[in-house]
Design a protein around this ligand. Structure first.
Ligand code: DGT
Ligand code: CA
Ligand code: ZN
Length: 582
């Protein structure tokens, strides 16, 4: 699917360039649509062509298809290469910044002859852009904010992007030199499921005589920009995807546990651990745990024994941040975190009835393959116009389709009929109560006015007896949009009082682990959802669960670890509380 994404980026960039050049709006729109289609394609583009699937997709014409085929053959598109030459290189890069875009750059290029990032920044700061017609101080402030966000996003990438990239390298090593490898994993921040990742740390244990072969394979990983270090204990490559650095370290099988512990971090956790070891007359490093006096090695083969000889309970990687976990582990009093296999269903996903790309039936089949006991189709309501939101009439038609599928698949999975209803600017909902009460479960989300404090809107939505979950509570989208201001304490209190759950939206990483930990402390119910817009995004609940674990959540804190009856019971409890019929 990575190829789909790359192709989509090329089409988007072509649209950017055409917009910059002031080309035909129709052509621009066509390229943008193609990009969107490619991004959401439920299968690899090559497969889509071979099976003839692509021919059935509306919006892919013969000249587009030619370009795609050229890309598959050569890795690029000549039209794209040609267009790139028409725009100054640095401006091309700047187009990715939220709030900038080709139109803005076209104006500053034409009026102020700006061609580089530096010139752009200077003109933003010295007021020359602010005084251009159609700009102004406010707009310039917004652009500067966008640049700041964008720069941050260049340094660290979201876990939902990082995780598959890192594990792809592991899979590659397993396929090429697997027979020499005893143990392999991704360590560092990715193993801790941290929200954002700077670089990847891959750890391998193997017999020393095999190390060279493993490192030789590593530096031949396809799709790299550079080999920065090629050694026999450590090598470093620069991945083409997102320019990520990736380290490989090889260790002896006897030191696997100690090395894994060391390279998983976090740094603050490790420092505290070293202090505790010292107090016990022990020394801990990446080779093992040693008695200081005798020099004798007393642990190192497994991580479990490393923690055990320090007198501690095993600490899951996700909470190794020195925020209280070590003290509790010494008392053997850590909570039991929710496990990755405990999710019984996904309660937020879209179909092609609104802005998803797959049919409901395709989503159902994919959820069955995920091993879920239940799932909820939660398409957008009407005011989400860009998302092709449904009117009440369309929702009731959708219900018929769901009933048809229940007859076909009901023995394998419970299909819940849901909606992601828009919270309107005044906090009222985009569907009347008579409609809301018909759904099995309802999620309510904000999709407009991301710049204002939205506490009151969310509180009002929670006061509706038929709203069971608040979707992506902070309206965050990493690298693109920071969350709006929210009085989270108030939201938590209201959630508890109204028995409304808060969503951990896996793809947006909203809530983040700090907010999750706060919610868990307050005893607020959480839901881990994918918000999938295609079958290829359903896996992301793994990320949401990682964040939940980082936020110290237990299974009982997560609604969708319950059987389906428990979920429906949660819905009914709220209706009872508000004394409305169900
Ligand atoms: P990142 O890459 O910024 O997303 O975060 P990490 O945690 O992956 O950090 P990284 O890649 O610098 O280092 C990987 C692990 O190696 C880190 O989690 C703990 C360990 N480590 C690195 N530097 C130190 C250090 O100075 N002291 C200790 N005790 N451990 C370190
Ligand atoms: Ca790292
Ligand atoms: Zn949404």
């Amino acid at each position: 699917m990575e190829r789909n994404k790359k192709l989509a980026q090329i089409f988007d960039k072509m649209a950017d360039i055409l917009e910059f050049l002031g080309d035909n709006p129709f052509r621009i729109r066509t390229y943008r649509r193609v990009a969107k289609i490619l991004e959401n394609l439920p299968m690899d583009i090559e497969e889509a062509i071979q099976t003839g699937y692509i021919k059935k997709v509306k919006g892919i014409g013969s000249s587009t298809l030619e370009k795609i085929q050229e890309f598959l053959k050569t890795g690029t598109i000549s039209k794209y290469e040609e267009l790139r030459k028409k725009v100054p290189e640095e401006l091309l890069e700047l187009m990715d910044i939220p709030g900038v875009g080709p139109k803005t750059l076209k104006t500053v290029y034409e009026k102020l002859n700006i061609r580089t990032k530096e010139e752009f920044l200077k003109a933003l700061k010295d007021g020359s852009i602010a005084s251009l017609p159609g700009f102004g101080v406010k707009k310039v402030e917004k652009i500067l904010k966008g640049i700041e966000l964008w720069q941050k996003a260049q340094e660290r990438i979201p876990l939902v992007v990082a995780y598959p990239l890192a594990w792809k390298v592991v899979e590659y090593l397993k396929t090429t030199v697997g027979k020499y490898i005893e143990n392999i994993t991704v360590a560092g921040s990715t193993r801790r499921m941290k929200e954002t990742v700077r670089d990847f740390d891959i750890l391998v244990s193997a017999k020393r005589e095999n190390w060279k072969k493993i490192h030789d394979a590593f530096v031949q990983y396809p799709d790299i920009e550079d080999v920065q270090l090629h050694g026999e204990t450590k090598s470093t490559i620069l991945l083409a995807d997102y320019h990520r650095q990736c380290d490989l370290r090889t260790v002896e099988p006897e030191s696997w546990g100690a090395a894994l512990q060391y390279f998983t971090g976090s740094k603050h956790h490790n420092i505290k651990l070293r202090e505790i070891a010292k107090e016990k007359g022990l020394k801990i490093n990446e080779y093992g745990v040693f008695e200081v006096e005798s020099g004798k090695k007393i642990a190192g083969k497994t991580e479990e024994e490393v923690y055990a000889v320090l007198g501690m309970q095993y600490i899951p990687p996700e909470i190794r941040e020195n925020t209280g976990e070590i003290e509790l582990a010494l008392k053997h009093a850590l909570p039991t975190l929710v496990q990755y296999d405990q999710l019984r269903g996904d309660l937020h996903m879209h179909s092609n009835w609104s802005d998803g790309t797959n049919t409901i039936e395709e989503m159902v089949k994919a959820c069955i393959a995920m091993g879920y006991e239940y799932m909820a189709i939660s398409d957008h309501s009407q005011s989400a116009r860009v998302a092709n939101g449904l009117t009440p009439e369309r929702f009731f038609e959708q219900k018929k389709e769901i009933e048809r599928l229940r007859k076909l698949y009901g023995d394998k999975i419970h299909i819940l009929w849901s909606a992601e209803v828009d919270i309107l600017p005044d906090g009222s909902l985009d569907l009347p109560d008579e409609v809301l009460k018909e759904f099995d479960i309802v999620t309510a989300s904000i999709h407009s006015r991301f710049n204002q404090d939205n506490t009151q809107r969310i509180i009002k939505a929670m006061e509706n007896p038929y709203v069971n979950v608040i979707g992506h509570p902070f309206g965050k989208q990493y690298g693109y949009r920071e969350g709006y201001p929210l009085d989270f304490e108030k939201v938590l209190q209201k959630a508890k009082e109204t028995q409304t759950a808060l969503e951990i939206n896996s793809q947006r990483e909203d809530l983040d682990s700090h907010h999750i930990r706060q919610a868990v402390q307050e005893g607020v119910m959480l839901v881990v959802n994918s918000d999938a817009h295609s079958v290829g995004q359903l896996w992301t609940t793994k990320i949401g669960l990682g964040l939940a674990r980082r936020g110290w959540a237990k299974a009982e804190d997560i609604l969708n670890t319950r059987p389906v009856e428990g979920v429906l019971e949660f819905v009914n409890q709220k209706r009872k509380l508000f004394k409305v019929s169900s």
